[in-house]
Ligand binder design. Structure first.
Ligand SMILES: [Zn+2]
Length: 184
């Protein structure tokens, strides 16, 4: 399964792939094609931290003219799901974002999720939950309600992206432009 959508040079959603609405209906999604086309993608990304993370990827792809991919979790109520997001530059300075399901398995330890006593800080990419000064992998849905979650990007996910960008920069023929300006 692969979904994709295209962004304009100012990050508005230009078009979505065939099957977008069918996937949304099958997975309890609430954003159908008519709800997203023409709107800035930032309207659909929660939290300044996650927007900054995504913007780093967008900036890299546009400035270097090369694709970048990152894994993230987007669970369904019943399944742990790992997706690969690939961001590819387009000739009009837009981007194509592909989302491909690469692994899934049933949730486990579902009961513990109900014991979160209050709002949690959760990584929007790997769904780890902040526990004091550390982040711990979360074996199931880490929340009781969406209102209880503050989304950030954990240090591990930031570090992983930074490493990926460093590697891509070393192999890119034109890497000077983006040097030092990513993931500040
Ligand atoms: Zn993370």
């Amino acid at each position: 399964m692969e979904l994709y959508y295209d962004l304009s040079k100012d990050d508005r959603i230009l078009a979505v792939c065939d099957g977008w609405d069918a996937f949304g209906m099958a997975n309890g999604g609430s954003k159908f094609a008519t709800d997203v086309i023409g709107y800035p993608v930032w309207n659909f990304i929660s939290g300044l931290d996650t927007r900054s993370y995504m913007n780093s990827i967008f900036f890299f792809c546009r400035s270097q003219g090369c694709p970048l991919s990152a894994l993230y979790r987007a669970d369904s109520p019943d399944m742990i799901r790992v997706f690969c997001m690939s961001v590819e530059p387009r000739s009009d300075d837009g981007l194509r974002l592909r989302h491909e399901l690469v692994a899934e398995m049933p949730h486990w330890h579902e009961g513990r999720n109900l014991r979160h006593p209050r709002a949690v800080v959760q990584c929007s990419q790997c769904l780890s939950v902040q526990a004091g000064a550390t982040w711990r992998p979360e074996p199931g849905r880490a929340f009781r309600s969406r209102e209880a979650i503050s989304y950030q990007v954990c240090p591990d996910c930031r570090h992983h992206l930074s490493r990926q960008i460093d590697t891509a920069m070393r192999t890119s023929p034109d890497r000077a432009a983006a040097s030092g300006r990513l993931l500040a």
